[in-house]
Design a protein around this ligand. Sequence first.
Ligand SMILES: [Zn+2]
Length: 236
Amino acid sequence: MLPELSILVRLQGIDLEIRKLKKEQDELPVRLNAVEKRMAEKQAEIDLLKDKLADLRTRKTEVEDELELETERLKKSQQKMSSIQNAREYQAVQKEIEEIKKANKEREDEILQIEEEMEGLKAKVAEMEEDIAADEKEALALKKHIEKASADLNRKIDSLASERDEVAKEVKPDLMARYRFLSDKRNGVVVAAVDDGTCSCCNMSLPPQLYNELLRDEKVMFCPSCQRIIYALKNQ
Ligand SMILES: [Zn+2]
């Protein structure tokens, strides 16, 4: 292999390692993001339940006020009964009393039903708030982990980057330009071994004449198909 190619292979190795570490770094917050999303969803649901609770509370107060007023009216009607002489009037008041009692019974039932529903909702909210508290704990632990892991990765990346800069100095500018250009296009794999006439990266066979030239190992050559910088594996 040409000396400048072995330098490029070394450079590529460092660059691929840097890529891998950066990808690891990008993926660090994935779990945290999922936990935070879950928390936001739960919080939205809690907000809805709390709105519903507020509506129920309002309705309960309404019914309680009605019940209080109607209970007063009932008392007055009952007091009136003793002073009524007229049978028709007596019947009318009696009917009114029955109606108030019936309506109040319905009000009491509704209040009980609302209270029951409110208890259920409160329990659900409490349960979800506990879940969120657990999620918060998990999120905090994940944040700490991410901070540490990210700092570790940064240190490794920095150290590789300075090593890379040193190695890159040994590469001629035109070859370096080609390397950079291909590196972006080919996911960092720029230098390809050619095994028995076939490019190991794109699997295309080199024309025999080109392959023979490559075997002579005299100059930097490129795969006609994927444009990568190639070297013959047989010459290793
Ligand atoms: Zn190729």
